[in-house]
Write a protein that binds this ligand. Structure first.
Ligand SMILES: C[S@@+](CC[C@H](N)C(=O)[O-])C[C@H]1O[C@@H](n2cnc3c(N)ncnc32)[C@H](O)[C@@H]1O
Length: 270
């Protein structure tokens, strides 16, 4: 196990590694500390060793910590500017008479891969019937939510607002009170699978890969294995989208041509 800033913090990490269904080694220390400290505040505990005792004695806290660590915050059309910039890419990819393979990794509760297909349906220049969209994530719970396709407007999440990029959102979701359920046609068009971007095999021949808002949490040494999984899944000319605050590791930059630098859309040119 790597060295952490204090021994007591290292003991919490060791316990997570042994007892919680989560691999802390992949993630950077600041990220781990932020998530653990947030749980400590909720438990009204100041010291890592005291928190360790709570973790050992309370299975519900173990689950709450697991939820906090696999942060699966997402949106429909997260960073709308990027989705606007993606329209011509999806148009170009669906122009030819062939299947277009799209991989959203990680997809969290599915709003990202559903957004791709919704945009395809909503934009008359994109032929969504060509799209084969798969969402993958390491979290089984996130995937279950993704397959169910039901999202709720709450105090902090406005699903109607998230869908506002579409001309006609009600064509794609059934709305009952605060609940928005993706229509069966869309649920059938998008599939979900469990996949660990660090340990599992690449996919094959993806034309467009989204890998957004995971790299920011990952320890530097695991970014390259993630990129290897991604690039082994792509062919020359495929597209990659990363998160708006993320970067391609220095040693791989020559392999990617920016299509839209600000929106982090790249073309793979190995
Ligand atoms: C913040 S969400 C990003 C969702 C979406 N791409 C977006 O940008 O809105 C991060 C997701 O990464 C998943 N994750 C964490 N480690 C992973 C790994 N090693 N392989 C695949 N998914 C992982 C988490 O379960 C979580 O759902």
């Amino acid at each position: 196990m790597r060295q952490f800033k204090t021994e007591s913090f290292g003991r919490v990490i060791k316990h997570i590694q042994d007892e919680v269904d989560f691999e802390p080694e992949y993630y950077n220390e600041d990220y781990l500390d932020r998530r653990i400290s947030a749980r400590m505040r909720r438990q009204d505990v100041d010291e890592y060793d005291d928190y360790l005792e709570v973790l050992k004695s309370d299975d519900r806290e173990k689950e709450a910590l697991m939820d906090s660590l696999t942060i699966n915050v997402t949106n429909f059309f997260r960073n709308q500017e990027m989705w606007e910039a993606l329209r011509p890419v999806l148009q170009e990819l669906t122009e030819d008479n062939r299947r277009v393979s799209v991989w959203s990794a990680p997809c969290a509760d599915g709003r990202e891969p559903y957004s791709v297909y919704m945009l395809g349906m909503d934009d008359r220049n994109i032929d969504e019937s060509r799209l084969n969209v798969v969402g993958t994530d390491i979290s089984d719970e996130a995937l279950e939510n993704a397959r169910a396709g039901t999202y709720e407007t709450t105090r902090t999440t406005d699903i109607g607002e998230e869908l506002s990029l579409l001309d006609d959102p009600e064509q794609y979701v059934d709305v009952v009170d605060n609940e928005f359920t993706v229509k069966p046609e869309l649920r059938d068009a998008v599939s979900f699978e469990r996949h660990d971007l660090i340990q599992d095999e690449p996919r094959r021949n993806c034309d467009l890969v989204f890998c957004r808002n995971l790299l920011i949490y990952i320890d530097t040494e695991f970014k390259i294995p993630i990129f290897e999984t991604i690039t082994d899944s792509m062919s020359e000319g495929s597209y990659l989208v990363i998160g708006m605050t993320e970067t391609i590791p220095q040693e791989l930059r020559d392999d990617f041509d920016p299509v839209n630098k600000r929106c982090r859309i790249y073309r793979y040119t190995p």
